[in-house]
Design a protein. Structure first.
Length: 128
């Protein structure tokens, strides 16, 4: 497929690390906004109805669904997800990688059993 003028322009702009970083962040904000709006609509709720269920304002819901908003808190996302019958999953990935790091790749031992919900081997010290 032939590249459009916009494609060529964007390709050139993405060579600038500052622009590329801002562009990537904007994409993340779009993802969150679109997911929230889609889940709300799937639940058959208006912004006002969702706001009522969350004891907040319609303006706050509109802000959460805005692609330009970057102030999402995990606490609020969890509240929204609970009302919409969803869960919140946060993934972190190394820069330049498309897939998040797995626990085995992280090579970090979990020392808080109450927090770690996956099976793990007990250390010699824990076995005593």
């Amino acid at each position: 497929m032939k590249k459009t003028n916009f494609d060529l322009y964007l390709e050139e702009q993405l060579k600038d690390p500052v622009f590329a970083g801002r562009f990537e962040k904007a994409g993340e904000a779009w993802d969150v906004a679109l997911q929230l709006a889609a889940l709300r609509e799937k639940a058959g709720l208006s912004q006002k109805e969702l706001a009522r269920k969350l004891h907040t304002s319609q303006q706050n819901i509109s802000r959460l669904e805005s692609p330009s908003y970057e102030g999402h808190s995990l606490a609020m996302l969890r509240r929204v997800a609970e009302v919409l019958g969803a869960t919140v999953r946060v993934t972190l990935a190394q820069k330049g990688e498309t897939e998040p790091m797995t626990l085995s790749e992280a090579k970090v031992a979990c020392k808080l059993p109450s927090v770690c919900r996956w099976p793990r081997r007990r250390t010699q010290h824990e076995k005593k």
